[in-house]
Ligand binder design. Structure first.
Ligand code: HEM
Length: 285
């Protein structure tokens, strides 16, 4: 190996320092990323060692959710403009983030029931059930249930944001519009429907997707779109499944801190399908 003199190394360090001090007006890394705010807000309510894991796993998941919402909004707008390639790139990123948050369950599963029970009572009624970002993701995928908005009645700003998302078209609504724009016969009533009503399926949409999947060369973009949507729904269900099993592993069938039946509730939501025709298609093709 080549021998380096101390002055060579010093020179190298200085040149690296030059690169790293190239921040606008002396701004530091920590300032740019607001690390003070982020790293000084793991406020444990107990002195239990594992509470740190519990807080950080939720905070990390919420940060990833923020990026998912950002990408989903970008993708919805791009599909509306007919710009499929940028939309695909954003949806592919959503899928990769989903892989991260699915993997995160492995980290949480290192916490045993005995460890969690030592600080569970300190959480009071706080529960992931109240995660408004999770609801924004569900809304962007078209899963809208009015009782969810009631949870946020006391948080005016959050409620306003949720209501706006609740009545906006979901990624599936704009995808149905894209099918119509491509000349496929789609029930007109779907194109300007009340988007706050949960989409429950339509024969014309089923027929349109079938045409796309049977003529992939002609409808390559729509075919890709369909598969990207299936990727996202598939991963969301995997996340839900891992959540449900991790919860069962840690608290068994105890009721949730948010007041639901716990694992049984989490199992029920697994039954919901966001893009029904894209799943039915697998059988009829
Ligand atoms: C020890 C760990 C955990 C336990 C025991 C647990 C338990 C539960 C339970 C029982 C529910 C149902 C609502 C309730 O009654 O509270 C729930 C909902 C939820 N949890 Fe967790 N959870 C854990 C970790 C997490 C993590 C790390 C996240 C990531 C953000 C999360 C996000 C959610 C979300 C978004 C819901 C709402 C699900 C829906 O309504 O479909 N949970 N959790």
């Amino acid at each position: 190996m080549e021998k380096r003199s101390i002055s060579d190394l010093q020179q190298k360090l200085n040149s690296e320092k030059d690169i790293h001090t190239d921040f606008r007006e002396d701004m530091t890394y920590g300032e740019y990323l607001s690390l003070d705010a982020i790293l000084n807000n793991q406020n444990r309510l107990s002195n239990h060692h594992d509470e740190m894991l519990f807080i950080i796993i939720h905070q990390v998941s919420e940060l990833w959710m923020k990026l998912i919402i950002h990408e989903m909004q970008g993708a919805i707008q791009a599909i509306e403009r007919g710009e499929m390639q940028p939309a695909f790139k954003m949806l592919a990123r959503v899928s990769k983030i989903q892989m991260q948050i699915i993997q995160a369950w492995d980290v949480l599963a290192t916490m045993t029931p005995a460890e969690y029970l030592q600080f569970r009572d300190d959480l009071g009624k706080a529960s992931g059930f109240q995660s408004y970002q999770y609801r924004l993701i569900e809304f962007s995928l078209g899963y809208k249930t009015p009782h969810i908005l009631k949870i946020y009645e006391k948080e005016k700003d959050v409620l306003a944001r949720l209501k706006e998302a609740y009545s906006a078209p979901s990624i599936y609504d704009v995808s149905i519009k894209a099918l119509a724009k491509a000349g496929l016969p789609v029930n007109e009533a779907l194109l300007n429907r009340d988007f706050s009503v949960v989409y429950s399926g339509d024969d014309s949409v089923a027929a349109a997707w079938k045409t796309v999947y049977e003529n992939t060369d002609k409808y390559w973009d729509l075919y890709q779109l369909g598969e990207k949507l299936v990727d996202i729904e598939d991963s969301l269900q995997q996340w839900r499944f891992r959540h449900m099993k991790t919860v069962e592993r840690i608290i068994g069938f105890k009721v949730g801190t948010g007041g639901s039946s716990g694992v049984n509730y989490l199992r029920q939501v697994l039954d919901h399908r966001f893009f029904p025709e894209l799943w039915d298609l697998r059988t009829v093709l």
